[in-house]
Design a protein. Structure first.
Length: 322
């Protein structure tokens, strides 16, 4: 009857979101008087999960699952949930898990609530608070099915350490040809940089940069902050930056702890895609830019003067606090 989480990993290492899910599930488990079980795929060292309250790890090792496959992964999670008698499955809101969640819910005949931003209001009946309307409002959703699936919004809970005594168990789900109807031909990855999906800080820029040749200072600012770089849709459309960096409602959603927008006016689609970020800083020459209406901090001025000055201040601060 334990709570089941899917602990996402990449190249054998857990993503930060895995620890956030574990932290969340641990708090829910305490209120329900149960334990936390994590399903891992092709991850050999799972000991780090014990730092965040996971009591048991079900380890799946299967070469066919080296590349992410939503149907196969969902089937594995479904079988693990049935094996453990799980009544609550907790997933994340990463790109992979957004594909997984509805498949898992259908497989378990479970009610599903996405974009959950807090611990359950009550577990009997089971009610959760969710963001809605592109993070402009919240609603309370009640799940009435026996088995429940929820997806936690990124950075909505954070990491809470809670040591546990971890047990491990190998698990071989029954997967058939229908689970692999889609074949992954290749995977392109950006190496040596912080990815938007895993970043706590994102530095994003728009057409105010005037051209791709000026992106060096954006990358330098991101490097100093340990941040990911991103861009607005027009910038990726005209080829200044790769489409993988396009954030917004029509690109990649961002829920960073800090989002810095440089030279981006703030189209409604862009704001909708980054609105769940906790702190938003805007740098723009146009004091009437729509982005300022949703910014936590705004700087009206020339980015070509402000950003280099900010970089120097940050470098000096880091040097004095090393």
């Amino acid at each position: 009857m334990s709570i089941l989480i899917y602990a996402e990993s990449a190249e054998g290492k857990f993503k930060k979101v895995a620890f956030e899910l574990a932290s969340y599930a641990k708090k829910v488990a305490e209120s329900m008087g149960t334990t936390v079980t994590a399903l891992t795929v092709n991850t050999s060292d799972v000991s780090e999960l014990s730092n965040y309250g996971v009591d048991k790890v079900i380890k799946v090792s299967n070469d066919k699952l080296t590349a992410f496959n939503a149907k196969a992964y969902a089937d594995a999670i479904k079988q693990a949930a049935e094996k453990e008698g799980t009544k609550l499955v907790v997933l994340s809101s990463t790109t992979d898990s957004l594909y997984l969640a509805p498949l898992v819910a259908v497989g378990l005949n479970a009610g599903f609530a996405s974009n959950v931003v807090a611990l359950p209001i009550t577990t009997s009946p089971f009610q959760v608070k969710r963001s809605a309307f592109s993070n402009k409002a919240f609603n309370v959703t009640e799940i009435e099915t026996e088995v429940k699936v929820i997806a936690i919004a990124k950075n909505s809970f954070g990491l809470v350490e809670s040591s546990s005594s971890l047990t491990e168990e190998d698990f071989n789900p029954t997967l058939n040809d229908t689970d692999f109807g889609i074949k992954v031909e290749s995977v392109e990855k950006v190496s040596g940089k912080v990815t938007i999906a895993d970043a706590d800080i994102v530095v994003s820029a728009g057409r105010g940069m005037k051209g791709p040749e000026n992106w060096g200072m954006i990358e330098e600012l991101a490097s100093v902050l340990g941040a990911a770089t991103a861009c607005s849709k027009p910038v990726s459309d005209i080829g200044w930056r790769p489409h993988s960096e396009h954030v917004g409602q029509t690109g990649k959603p961002v829920a960073a702890n800090l989002y810095i927008a440089v030279g981006i006016s703030g189209a409604i689609q862009h704001i909708a895609g980054i609105n769940s970020s906790k702190v938003k800083v805007v740098i723009n020459t146009d004091a009437d830019a729509p982005f300022f209406k949703v910014a936590d901090y705004g700087v009206v001025g020339d980015a070509f003067e402000i950003v280099p000055a900010l970089i120097e201040k940050l470098k000096a601060f880091k040097a004095n606090n090393a």
